[in-house]
Each structure stands twice: as structure tokens, then as C-alpha cells.
Design a protein around this ligand. Structure first.
Ligand code: ADP
Length: 525
């Protein structure tokens, strides 16, 4: 692989910058060899049309080292792309949006700084993964749960900043964040909210602080480098119930959503329930070749045969109830009554008390135990499995869910892909997640998956929907779709960006926000 230089920087100046970074963070923590940089490539890249290459990576171990690295980057005008652990797979991994950027990899800053069991929170550094935090809590005997996302190896900070979500009642990760420490582009270090009181007592317990509240500004943005974050944790419940309700027909989706929403609005169900399509449910069990070995999307007859063989539904609702047993029993009775009205529904639930735990992959997430079961899906199509995700926000109505499902399923079939998807239920909205699963070694599939994504994004926009998150390749496209008043929101973001980071050093292009210095690089739209 040829060496890539940061844009507009000569080879000689880049060498000077590398030497300066070596004194800032230690030579062993400056990666510039092609072999060392391999892990900073997007493992699920969408073909040759897109180039997101890293010129080097820096692995600082402290806030002071970050500030020193930032000074060098500013001196040489080299963009830094910050990741916590860089496992943002399906959205770009650790790769930067602007080719030639240097990845600022915070994985060595991996301390759980503080846990308060009474007030149920933790303060963590960027390199702390869900696995790490879970192990830490278990080893120290804290009666607190984490809320893991689908893949437990990612970082708490990275996932929260991307507004990822999990499965328990704490599934909206951005909502359970409380207090941050951020290094700004000028090197200043800010603590948000009550973190301004120094020394203080309330940084992780009251979000707003005094005056404007800035935390949300550092999510899905390029306004700062987050070096510490508070996260609220769920007290381990005395008992819980995990339900799996199966429904036979495609059209049942409408009734499921209409039945679930009131149960979430009145807080009978408080977790982030998931409505999983048949193929997504099946892909967690075995590859597609077990049921069908033709090309193109699986025909309906094969999907139905697969559902019968695996005893799964066309839609599979997973939800959880947490708390005291008697309360759970009463809640379950209402949930059961509501869904038993759907003809052909198969309703089942497993109950756990005390320290009992589910043994199966996905269910463990609902019990606050991180897992990697999500990776089984990569075997669905055969070959070297990869995926890219289409993630439109959907109002929590049966009509909208059916509309999005029909739209995505038919467009995916046109491009030769199965509907691997499902809906994660907030209360008033659903996150609709569809994954285009492809073989990354196939000469054509990555590009076709990319084309499908683009078509889906256009379809969704035409119907009045927008994405909550997008792969590097489509960050500009997704941002441009938020077009009210000739793109006023992006104008605001770029005004803030230019004020905070006039040299355009921090993550240019992230979420379509380009600093003035690199605005001509906006593209791929
Ligand atoms: P994961 O936790 O899944 O490994 P990443 O570390 O890849 O996630 O982070 C996902 C994205 O979030 C990154 O591409 C980056 O844009 C942003 N991000 C992650 N960590 C930070 C951080 N500490 N400060 C600012 N932005 C961050």
C-alpha cells in the first residue's frame, strides 16, 4: 500500500510532524507503517469509489498528551480524526472521513475513573469498552448493570457520542450520559454541566449545570475531543422477565407497533423493545445456505419454510420487564393480554430472579451482559461477511413502520439483498435498522451495497424520513437531506465549527460538517 500524506502537507513536513508527535506521545505510540495502519482501514468498505485512508495514528495516554499532539497538528495543519476504540463498524470503523487525516486513537486511555453505587453512575475514559465496564463492575461487586449495544467490544464513550442504543431501560445512551470533559481545538479543557464546580460533588448527577448546556453539542459532531464521560447505570433489579412474542404475518407489524406504543407510553414496558424480522432472527442462528442457496433475495416460500423450521415468527418482539416480581407479574399480564389479541401470536417469557442469567447471546444484552452475538449475522451471505446499515428514524405508528418496511424490503430485493432488519422501539419513535449484508471479497457486492444505501436514503427522504446515523461514504448525503431553510442546520454547525476550530483540525467532514479550510472536500453526494 502506498503511503498517504495528509492533504496539502509535504513529505518532509509530515516527517517533521511525526517526529514531533513521537516526542509528544512516545515513538511507540505513533503508527505510520502500512502494517500498523491496516487496523485503521474500514473493514466493511463500500468499494474503490471511496477513499478513507489514514496517514498515521497516534495513541496518547493522557489529556496532556492529547493537547501536545493537538499543538503539533495545528502547527502543521494536519487533521486529526478522533476515535475511542474505532470499532464503529458498518459506519466506517476507525477510518477518517478526509483521506490523509491522522487518527487520534484513545484506546490507551482506558480507566474506569469512578463508580458510585449509591447514585448509580460511572465516570469513564474513552478506551473503556462495555466489556471492560461490565467486568469492572462485576469484579468489584457493584450491583449495577451496563446497557450494552449489539457488539460489546465498542467503547462506552464512542457509542454514546454516536447516539447508539442498547436494549434495557437505559437503552438510549445519549440520554443516560451525564457530564463530559472535552479538549477543544484550541487546547482548552472544559468540563460540562456541574463539572464546572471545582472541586465539585454533582458532575455525574445533574446534567444541565448552570447556563447553556453543551453536552449534546459534542455528539455526532467534530467540535471537541471527549476525554471523560459520566454514564448512568441501572441498579441490578431483584427480578426480570424477558419476553419473546412471535407473529406470523408481515402485516402484523402494524398491530405490533400500535399495541407496543401505548404500553411504552404508560411505562408498562420501559426497555428498548426490538421487533426483529425473520431473517435477522434467523441470521443469529445459522447461515442462509441452510435454507436457500440461490442468488438474489430469498423467495417468500423459502422464508416461510425457514420460519417453520426454526419456529420463529415473521416478526419477533423482544422486550424486558425489570423490578419486583409482583410488579413484573402484573405488568406481564397486561402485556400478554394486549398481544394475545393478534391472531396466531405465540407468546413466551422467561423469568429470572436474583443473580440468575440467560445463557443465550442476544438475551444477555437485555440482562446487561455485553455479548458479540451480533457478529453471527456476518455469515448470512457466505464469504467474508460485512454490512452497511441504513438507519432511518420512524414515528412509532403502525402505518409508518409498514411504510418503511415495504419501501426497504422492495428496494433491497431490487438490488439482490434480503430484508435483514428490525425496529428498536423508543417511545414515540422507532429506530429502523436495515443491514445490507455483503461479501467484502466479492468484486461487485460492496459497491452494490453502497448503491442500495444511496437509493434507500433517497427513498426515505422523499417520504419525509431522515437517518439518525450514516456511514462515512454518506455523511454528506445524509446531512444534505436535513434541508429545511436551505440547510440552515448545517450552516449553524459550520458556523460553530469555524468559531471553535478555525484551522479545521478536528475530524473534518464528520456528519457532513466541514471547516472552512476543507470545505472544498465535501463530496460523494
Ligand atoms: P466504538 O466505541 O464503537 O469503537 P468509535 O471509537 O469508532 O466507536 O467512535 C465512533 C465515532 O464517535 C468516531 O468515529 C468519532 O467520530 C466519534 N468519537 C469517538 N470517540 C470520540 C471522542 N473521545 N471524542 C470525540 N469524538 C469521538
Amino acid at each position: 500500500m502506498n503511503r498517504v500524506l495528509p492533504p496539502g502537507v509535504s513529505a518532509a513536513n509530515f516527517e517533521r510532524a511525526l517526529a514531533a508527535w513521537a516526542s509528544a506521545v512516545g515513538a511507540a505510540n505513533v503508527v505510520s507503517s502500512p502494517a500498523g495502519l491496516a487496523s485503521y482501514r474500514d473493514p466493511f468498505a463500500l468499494g474503490k469509489a471511496f477513499d478513507f485512508t489514514t496517514s498515521a495514528a497516534l495513541l496518547p495516554a493522557s489529556v496532556d498528551e492529547i493537547r501536545a499532539a493537538l499543538r503539533v497538528a495545528t502547527q502543521f495543519r494536519i487533521p486529526l480524526w478522533t476515535v475511542s476504540t474505532g470499532r464503529n463498524l458498518a459506519y466506517g470503523g476507525a477510518a477518517p472521513r478526509l483521506s490523509g487525516s491522522v487518527v487520534l486513537d484513545l484506546q490507551r486511555m482506558n480507566h474506569v475513573i469512578h463508580v458510585d453505587e449509591t447514585l448509580a453512575y460511572a465516570l469513564v475514559e474513552p478506551g473503556v469498552s462495555y466489556f471492560d465496564l461490565h467486568t469492572y463492575l462485576r469484579d468489584k461487586g457493584y450491583r449495577l448493570w451496563v446497557d450494552p449495544p449489539a457488539a460489546g467490544w465498542g467503547s462506552v464513550i464512542g457509542n454514546t457520542l454516536e447516539r447508539g442504543f442498547g436494549y434495557t431501560s437505559y437503552g438510549d445512551h445519549a440520554a443516560t450520559q451525564c457530564g463530559m470533559e472535552v479538549v477543544l481545538a484550541n487546547g482548552d479543557v472544559v468540563r460540562t454541566g456541574m463539572g464546572g464546580i471545582d472541586p465539585g460533588t454533582s458532575w455525574q448527577v445533574y446534567k444541565p449545570g448552570y447556563g447553556p448546556s453543551f453536552d449534546a453539542m459534542f455528539m455526532q459532531s467534530n467540535f471537541g475531543i471527549v476525554t471523560k464521560m459520566g454514564v448512568w447505570l441501572m441498579p441490578a433489579p431483584p427480578a426480570y422477565l424477558l419476553g419473546e412474542f412471535q407473529f406470523r404475518n408481515e402485516s402484523d407489524l402494524e398491530t405490533i407497533v400500535e399495541t407496543l406504543r401505548p404500553l411504552q407510553l404508560d411505562e408498562t414496558i420501559r426497555n428498548h423493545a426490538v421487533i426483529e424480522g425473520a431473517i435477522r432472527r434467523a441470521a443469529g442462528l445459522a447461515p442462509r445456505s441452510q435454507y436457500y442457496d440461490g442468488a438474489g433475495p430469498m423467495p417468500e416460500s423459502a422464508v416461510v419454510a425457514m420460519m417453520n423450521r426454526l419456529r420463529i415468527g415473521r416478526w419477533n418482539l423482544h422486550f424486558a420487564l425489570y423490578g419486583n416480581e409482583d410488579v413484573i407479574n402484573a405488568q406481564y399480564a397486561s402485556v400478554h393480554r394486549a398481544f394475545a389479541r393478534v391472531p396466531g401470536a405465540v407468546l413466551s417469557a422467561a423469568r429470572y430472579t436474583g443473580d440468575a442469567q440467560p445463557t443465550g447471546g442476544g438475551d444477555r444484552n437485555l440482562a446487561g451482559i455485553p455479548a458479540m452475538s451480533a457478529f453471527r449475522m456476518l455469515d448470512w451471505r457466505g464469504g467474508s461477511g460485512a454490512h452497511v446499515d441504513f438507519s432511518p428514524v420512524c414515528p412509532a405508528t403502525g402505518r409508518d413502520a409498514m411504510r418503511q418496511y415495504t419501501l426497504v424490503k422492495s428496494r433491497a430485493a431490487e438490488y439482490g439483498f434480503d430484508y435483514y432488519g428490525g425496529f428498536t422501539a423508543g417511545t414515540r419513535h422507532l429506530h429502523h435498522i436495515f443491514a445490507a449484508i455483503f461479501d467484502r471479497d466479492d468484486p461487485k457486492q460492496p459497491e452494490i451495497a453502497g448503491d442500495l444505501l444511496r437509493a434507500l436514503m433517497s427513498d426515505a427522504r422523499a417520504a419525509g424520513y431522515g437517518e439518525y446515523r450514516a456511514h462515512l461514504a454518506y455523511m454528506d448525503f445524509a446531512a444534505a437531506q436535513y434541508s429545511f431553510n436551505d440547510g440552515a442546520m448545517l450552516r449553524l454547525s459550520e458556523t460553530v465549527k469555524d468559531a471553535l476550530d478555525p484551522a479545521g483540525i478536528l475530524s473534518p467532514g464528520k456528519q457532513g460538517i466541514w471547516p472552512r479550510a476543507w470545505r472544498d472536500k465535501r463530496g460523494y453526494t
